[in-house]
Structures are given as structure tokens and as C-alpha cells.
Design a protein around this ligand. Structure first.
Ligand code: HPA
Ligand code: ZN
Length: 324
């Protein structure tokens, strides 16, 4: 069996996926047409050609602009369902997806347009593909904590259908401690807590995510490797890292995929998983991300990464056991 078939056949969970980042250029044009809005690119090819980034911020500028075509519950439902269909082809049995409500409420959409649309897509994916999912509300860290609190208040009627909160957007200059109080409130409401840290930000941001935000899972975490003490701590805690190889390469977090630190992470006793982050922008879905690092790994290690994805999920123990 080829590596590629082996990877597709591994049952896996996806734990780091921004649903707005699964908006394919073709779909962007289709939604723009449906909603009678124009996009500042003449065609799909020109849009795709703009997907060349030197940093996280370069990407975020175009990613937030792209999300403007999402206007209705149906758009969000269609977006989610298209992602789940593609993920199902890659052997994804369970996905925990992020959404950025502030990107949409800032444009005047009520919180429920995104939330209800995504929840409808999630329900349909389970019925159609047997693919289960959970929804994680991400706060935009370039905005202030008061704005995050307003979003958390908006989310109140949906909290029984939201598994956790996360933290994303521009990392450097916006440390996790900026969101200490809203993460505390989310914890008190019984939500799981995750945060992007150590993607561009230093190991100290990972420490803050652990000590101040009390995270249940670490998104990216690459720069943890710069601190041996932090690596030991993450390994001892059994902390899951949601690593995104193609994203790391496209956003210049790693210079070369052949030098991706995934094997080092495993070697240090960490618990990494493989994920696609923003597949429409970074050139591949989850199996493509496994393939991108497969030359660095044995098949046993690839299987460990897939197993880690269930162990690090927010599924209950019985469901995890069914999957692994
Ligand atoms: N990092 C931070 N924010 C994001 C990302 C990311 O990789 N993708 C979408 N929002
Ligand atoms: Zn991300």
C-alpha cells in the first residue's frame, strides 16, 4: 500500500480547522454571486495567485477579507458541509472546528447566523457521513478583552452547543494573559479552553496559555521547542499540540517542510496531532498535511499521530475507545 493510501485510510480526528479558512476560491465566487457582492479579484486564478504569505498577518488580511462573502445561515451551512465532505474523504471521523464570530458580528451579522448555519452543517454531516463534530468559538486576540466578553455574552443562548473557546488571530503583541478573565468565565461555564500559542509568539506565550488561561489543548505550539523546560512540562502533562505542517510552511513558521519539527516533537515525548488549519489558503486538507511530513516519519509514527488526534479530542472516553 502506498503511503498516500495508508494515510487516507487512517481513522483520524481533525482538531485545528478554522471553518472560514476552508472557504475555497470557487466557493467564494459562488457566495459572492449568490449574495450580489463583488470581490476585488477578477477570477479564481487571480485570487489563488494572491495566496502567497510572508507572515501570519499577511494571511490574516486576506482571510478576513474573504470571509466577507459569508452573509447568510445557508452560506455557513454550505461552508461547513463542504468541509465535512472533503474531510470525510480524508478519513476524518470527528472534527472540532473553530469559528471567529467577531469577524461576522463586526459586519453586522447576528451571532446566530454563523452559529446556527454551522450547527446545521454539523448535524447534516453526521447524518450523511457519520462524521461527528464539535464547535469551538475563537476570540480574536487583536481585539480587546471587552469585545471578547461581548461575544461571550452573545454566545450565551448557544453555550449548550459550543464545546469550547479558543484564541486566534495576530499573536505577537497579544499575549494570552490579555484574555485571562474571559477564559476564566468560559471555564466556569464548563467550556473547554484552547489557544493558539507559540506559532509566531515566544515560549513565554505558551507558558501563559498554560498558567493563565488553563488550556486543555495547545494550538500550534511550535516555538515550545525553544525551551527544554517547557517541552518537559508539556510532555509530563500529556498536552495535545495541534500542529499544522502546510500552514507552518506557508506562513514561514518553518522554512522547509523537510525540516519540520514533527519528528522532534514525537521524540521529546510530546503529543502532537496533524491538522490543516486553513486548508483553502494553505494548499491542502488533513491528509495532505500528513503526506507533507510523511517522508520524516515511520508508519507507526503516522498511526501514533492519528491516534493522538482522538486522545486529544473532547470526545468522551467511550467514544475515544471506539475510534482507536
Ligand atoms: N493563527 C492565528 N489565527 C488564525 C490562524 C492561525 O494559524 N488561522 C486562522 N486564524
Ligand atoms: Zn489556526
Amino acid at each position: 500500500m502506498s503511503d498516500s493510501d495508508f494515510i487516507s485510510g487512517l481513522p483520524k480526528a481533525e482538531l485545528h480547522l478554522h471553518v472560514e479558512g476552508s472557504l475555497e476560491p470557487e466557493q467564494m465566487f459562488a457566495f459572492a454571486r449568490r449574495n450580489r457582492i463583488s470581490i476585488p479579484f477578477p477570477n479564481v486564478e487571480a485570487l489563488r495567485a494572491a495566496y502567497s504569505f510572508n507572515s501570519l498577518q499577511d494571511f490574516l488580511d486576506i482571510y478576513y477579507q474573504g470571509a466577507d462573502v459569508l452573509r447568510t445561515e445557508e452560506d455557513f451551512r454550505d461552508l461547513a458541509l463542504a468541509y465535512f465532505e472533503r474531510a470525510h474523504e480524508d478519513g476524518v471521523a470527528h472534527a472540532e472546528i473553530f469559528f471567529d464570530p467577531q469577524t461576522h458580528t463586526a459586519r453586522g451579522l447576528p451571532f446566530g447566523v454563523a452559529a446556527d448555519g454551522l450547527l446545521a452543517g454539523m448535524k447534516e454531516a453526521e447524518a450523511k457521513f457519520g462524521l461527528t463534530s464539535k464547535l469551538i468559538l475563537c476570540f480574536l486576540r487583536h481585539l480587546d478583552e471587552d469585545d471578547a466578553f461581548l461575544t461571550f455574552a452573545d454566545a450565551e443562548p448557544w453555550l449548550d452547543r459550543i464545546a469550547g473557546v479558543g484564541l486566534d488571530s495576530s499573536e505577537v503583541g497579544h499575549p494570552p494573559s490579555k484574555f485571562a478573565r474571559v477564559f476564566e468565565a468560559a471555564g466556569k461555564a464548563g467550556l473547554k479552553r484552547v489557544a493558539h500559542a507559540g506559532e509566531e509568539g515566544p515560549p513565554e506565550y505558551v507558558l501563559e496559555a498554560l498558567d493563565v488561561l488553563h488550556i486543555d489543548r495547545l494550538d500550534h505550539g511550535n516555538r515550545s521547542l525553544e525551551s527544554p523546560e517547557l517541552v518537559t512540562r508539556l510532555a509530563r502533562a500529556g498536552m495535545t499540540l495541534t500542529v499544522c505542517p502546510l500552514s507552518n510552511h506557508k506562513l514561514c513558521v518553518v522554512d522547509d517542510l523537510a525540516a519540520h519539527p514533527i519528528a522532534d516533537m514525537l521524540g521529546h515525548g510530546l503529543r502532537p496531532t496533524i491538522n490543516s488549519d486553513d486548508p483553502a489558503y494553505f494548499g491542502g486538507y488533513v491528509a495532505d498535511n500528513y503526506r507533507a511530513v510523511a517522508p520524516l516519519l515511520t508508519r507507526d509514527q503516522l498511526a501514533t499521530l492519528a491516534r493522538n488526534s482522538f486522545l486529544g479530542s473532547f470526545l468522551d472516553d467511550a467514544a475515544v475507545t471506539r475510534h482507536i
